[in-house]
Design a protein around this ligand. Structure first.
Ligand code: ACO
Length: 373
């Protein structure tokens, strides 16, 4: 550890924000001052409005946001042709990062939202189209027809219905709404910071959102959701959890879905997801993977306690069984995360535009001294 720089920017305050507060020392998360435990009782579009515009919407305002998403969520034929030309085995996150800058983001329909400029509408057009892109690519990967876009369905209902190729179970849509609220925003994490760095160069909103998708894909960040589930499947059963954790730690391995730069207590999103996963998986084929994760967590916590380390479950740990139970497979966990987080990224993009300064840190040079050829 150098006293001349902060590796990984740990503890560096890079700017100010009024969007979200992560109070890691007490394990609290709030968007615009409202705790996450209360926000999950609201609709996704209410929380989306709150994060984008700072206050909870009136019913009429929420309807105008819903209408914008419905009208702008359809993906044009030429965009679907591009999607169709991609290799079928491409990961959904690489597809998403590639497709976002190629989208037509000119807003369609009335412009009734309180954005200060067109970039807000362009960014929200991306948010509107992401569910359609994910569902269409998933269906293509399964050799199915691209699903019809239903402009009368609500945002997440339409996503899940298109994704599954049939009308989604309303109870599952509600679970998805809660999952998406939990994933929507988290201050200056790596993906959001990437978005703000790109935004700071005055690059367009589509480029900022696309770069954030790239950062989220890594398994130290959003990609940990898929990795955590795959690990639990490999472990196979709760009885094998203890040996697995001990072996992993003995080999200096990292348990995916555990640990967080900011939280020194349990991530409040993990606590909510754990009880969602328990309810959803009870008596289903996913119960075993949930119970295996639960046992892995117990063993890991015990080991960390012995070492005196504050490493707890994060957002990613219990996301797998929730996603699986509502019909979303592992290769789409992180893309589903990006679908929701794109709202937080857009809020940060717009906030950073108010008083922009290019992000340009310095580096401690440790290469050779000046020399001649
Ligand atoms: N498994 C085992 N040990 C861990 C873990 C883990 N998942 N996470 C942290 N530790 C230990 C480290 O070994 C280290 O121990 P040491 O001080 O004895 O060397 C200590 O805890 C601190 O770890 P750092 O790597 O310094 O923590 P950092 O803040 O740099 O990293 C990170 C945070 C990347 C999230 C880390 O905890 C990790 O790799 N977790 C697994 C991946 C993961 O779940 N990522 C998702 C995070 S949530 C999100 O991004 C949406």
């Amino acid at each position: 550890m150098s006293d001349q720089y902060s590796k990984g920017l740990e503890g560096v305050v890079a700017d100010e924000t009024s969007i979200c507060n992560v109070e890691g020392d007490v394990g609290r998360l709030s968007y615009r001052g409202y705790p996450i435990e209360e926000l999950v009782t609201l609709s996704f579009t209410r929380v989306m409005w709150l994060v984008l515009f700072g206050e909870l919407p009136t019913n009429a305002q929420e309807t105008s946001l819903e209408n914008f998403l419905k009208i702008n969520g359809a993906v044009a034929t030429n965009e679907l042709d591009t999607l169709n030309s991609l290799p079928r085995d491409l990961h959904s996150m690489r597809m998403l990062q590639s497709m976002i800058p190629l989208l037509d983001t000119k807003p369609v329909g009335p412009k009734e939202l309180p954005f200060d400029n067109d970039e807000g509408y362009n960014g929200l057009a991306v948010v509107a189209k992401i569910p359609t892109l994910l569902a269409a690519f998933y269906r293509l990967q399964n050799n199915d027809a691209i699903p019809a876009y239903n402009g009368s369905k609500a945002y997440l209902d339409n996503f899940l219905s298109m994704f599954l190729g049939q009308d989604a179970n309303p109870e599952h849509v509600r679970y998805l709404e809660q999952l998406q609220i939990l994933q929507l925003e988290h201050s200056f994490n790596a993906g959001t910071f990437t978005c703000r760095v790109t935004a700071s160069t005055l690059a367009p909103v589509e480029s900022a959102l696309s770069s954030a998708v790239g950062a989220l894909y890594g398994k130290l960040h959003g990609g940990a959701d898929e990795a955590a589930l795959n690990e639990a499947i490999k472990v196979g059963s709760p009885e094998k959890a203890k040996a697995y954790v001990q072996d992993l730690l003995a080999n200096k391995g990292r348990l995916m879905g555990m640990g967080h730069r900011e939280y020194k207590k349990l991530d409040p999103r993990a606590a909510i997801l754990k009880s969602m996963a328990e309810c959803l998986c009870k008596g289903t084929e996913y119960e075993n993977v949930f119970l295996t994760l639960k046992e892995i967590e117990k063993e890991f916590n015990a080991e960390m306690q012995k070492k005196g380390k504050e490493v707890w479950a994060n957002l990613e740990f219990y996301k797998g069984p929730v996603n699986l139970a509502i019909g979303i497979p592992a290769p789409y966990f992180t893309a589903g995360f990006a679908m929701s987080r794109s709202v937080g990224w857009l809020a940060h993009f717009l906030e950073s535009r108010v008083d922009n300064r290019i992000m340009r840190p310095s580096a401690l040079y440790v290469g050779p001294a000046i020399r001649s050829l």
